[in-house]
Design a protein around this ligand. Sequence first.
Ligand SMILES: Cc1ncc(COP(=O)(O)O)c(C=O)c1O
Length: 430
Amino acid sequence: MTATNPTPEPRVEFFRHALGDEEKARVLAALDETILTTGKAVAEAEQALAAYLGVAEVVCLDSCTAALHLALLANDIGPGDEVIVPAATFVATANAVVMAGATPVFTDVDPRTGCITLDTVKPRITPRTRAIIPVHLYGLLCDMESLAALARARNLLLIEDSAHCLEARRGGVRPASHSRCACLSFYATKAITCGEGGALATNDRLLARRVRRLSLHGIDSSAAERYRKKYRHWDMAELGWKYNLDNVRGSLLLPQIPRLDAHCERRRRICERYELAFADIAGLTLFDVPQRDWSARHLFAIQVDPERRDALLDALDQRGVGVVVNYRAVHLLSYYVQRFGYQRGDLPHAESIGDRTISLPLFPTMTDEQTDRVIAAVLEVVGGGRVFAEAATPARGILRTMPGLVRRGGAPAPTGEPEPARQAVRAGRR
Ligand SMILES: Cc1ncc(COP(=O)(O)O)c(C=O)c1O
């Protein structure tokens, strides 16, 4: 008699968007309009975002990369200038500096949070430094008050890479409140998305105006203005790029804005469930989120033994858990090594994060049951053993039944079958 296989549990994807009927209806409405490019739908999203963030103006663009690029250009940062960027980030942060013709100077980060601090940034300032780009990694707002004080004292600009952070608050600090501008992303996995898109948020209306112009080749009137009104000649005052956002994508944004805080709250709860389950587990380190409000909880990353990280990625994937790495240290990627001569050992904390980190599934429609399946898979592969006697924790319901749990400082897991992750390494899957 052949045994029947139990139905495999569906995969927990790394991310699922929460776009629904409202967004679909708005796209259809946008398609019925005469102007498909930048127009009413984009303007509505810009106003709603500005109101949400409490800033004077938001300019929607093609991507956060475009926003970073134009933030630099609109502040006349270019060849001969240096811009300090963290090495623990997505390549876009540094690439935008190169795109502007300036030199990215990578800085290390606080190993507990992944964010830059005064201590990491100060030694990187030279007479050529024009700006610092703090990245609110995984959603945690950097200490913008102290960075703003440093920037004032050294006559530097702060341009926030806020791709991970719309919703966080740190006392009176929010994205764009203590900087020249904040660059936002509406990329497919972000808190609000239109597939590809971004924006620049600022309290400086003149900066917003220049960014708008630079997003349209440097032309001083938008397509909607050119076609809606009686024809008039337009001028191109400076060389710009083609970075404006169209109404079709822009129409997706507005309905998502009122849901931002509720979705962030759900992500916070999922993260807290993860943290409860992973507290004090041998071989697993969590990032610090000093206060709940300080992080928008865009990503949930754990850190594991660098020797085992890639095998653990495979092992989690095989157990139906979507995982990615955010981020391998940018200064060690081939382009930056070859062009600027960075070497391993230059920025040890960012390198350690890059070698050790794994991001787990996190999205607002993720259920507790899905979260628990991810937790079980992580504990199984990271814990590497069987249920240890002390398995009772506040997340008892989940953990009692978990295989492979070893408390930090506890006795080693009983010997027996080798755990799956080790088997994966032996099988040469790394
Ligand atoms: C930290 C960070 N900065 C910048 C970007 C670039 O965003 P976009 O894809 O909208 O250009 C991303 C995108 O994932 C990011 O994670």
